[in-house]
Design a protein around this ligand. Structure first.
Ligand SMILES: [Fe+2]
Length: 290
């Protein structure tokens, strides 16, 4: 299977073993065929903590609700909705919930290892750090964190322009990068994407594929998509995962913009990151003129 859809209405939550107060809804992982990412929603009860860990993968978070505290690299941050951050491979880090509890969208990349004797978390000694308040890209002391504001981080819609692709085949889209190599990630990128309302066929994302896995987690609106040739309609709260050989394209038929969190892993190459089957099918063979 080259794709998987985690529907908001069918999502299952489990209590995480050995971490009191932590609940997980796995949306995509090895069980769905992914080699490069594990994507979950987590909820941590008020006052609970994950403790200090180092991991053989990088781990990023995007806070969806509540309050809490993140600590890594000798720095401590308060957390609230819209804050994001990444713990690079092997870096001790800690997340704790405040009095409202803490909810976040989580990425682990590559997916946690499962070979015989593999370990996903190695406990680490607590490290006190400099307290810096809420994450901000404007403060040069801040590392591995940032903040996305729905009201002020409005990106104009246009043709897609990001590392690996500046072409015209994905239109009416706005991208706001969050977790990337600038932030300290090497194995995945996470960004907010939005496609303008009434972006029908030829005005949104043409069918394409790429040499990395990708998810779309819809946080506003929804889309009509063609995934491996199947028509799929998604609503807010749904997540779509596509594998490296999965073709996908979509349109936004609604009046309002569609918004989603997008994750790509491995990090896309710096050029030739997108392939559009129609472009390749239309090329002439030797001696043929079209
Ligand atoms: Fe894609």
């Amino acid at each position: 299977m080259a794709y998987h859809i985690s529907r908001a209405a069918e999502r299952e939550w489990i209590d995480v073993k050995d971490v009191p107060g932590l609940r997980q809804a796995l949306m995509v992982g090895e069980v769905h065929g992914s080699h490069h990412m594990e994507i979950s929603l987590y909820e941590l009860a008020p006052g609970a903590t994950l403790g200090w860990n180092r991991c053989p993968f990088e781990e990023s978070w995007f806070v969806t609700g509540g309050n809490g505290r993140a600590a890594l690299a000798g720095l401590e941050y308060d957390l609230g909705a819209g804050d994001y951050g990444v713990a690079p491979v092997g870096m001790p880090h800690s997340l704790s919930a405040g009095d409202q509890g803490l909810s976040w969208f989580s990425v682990r990349a590559p997916k946690p290892p499962t070979f015989d004797g593999a370990r996903s978390h190695i406990s680490a000694e607590p490290l006190s750090g400099e307290y810096l308040g809420r994450p901000s890209e404007n403060d040069p002391r801040h590392r591995f964190v940032g903040h996305y504001s729905e009201s002020t981080d409005v990106v104009p819609f246009g043709d897609l322009s990001m590392p690996g692709y500046h072409g015209p085949n994905i239109k009416n889209i706005g991208i706001r990068m969050m977790v990337d190599q600038l932030l300290g990630a090497q194995h995945h990128t996470t960004f907010i994407a939005s496609i303008a309302g009434r972006s029908g066929p030829g005005r949104a994302a043409k069918v394409h594929y790429h040499p990395f896995e990708e998810i779309y987690y819809f946080i506003g609106g929804g889309m009509r998509g063609w995934i491996d040739g199947n028509e799929e309609v998604t609503q807010t709260g749904d997540l779509v995962w596509v594998s490296t050989d999965g073709t996908h394209g979509f349109v936004n038929e609604r009046d309002e913009p569609a918004r989603w969190i997008e994750v790509q892993s491995p990090v896309p190459p710096t050029s030739d990151a997108f392939f559009f089957p129609d472009d390749w099918r239309s090329l002439p063979e030797a001696g043929e003129t079209r």
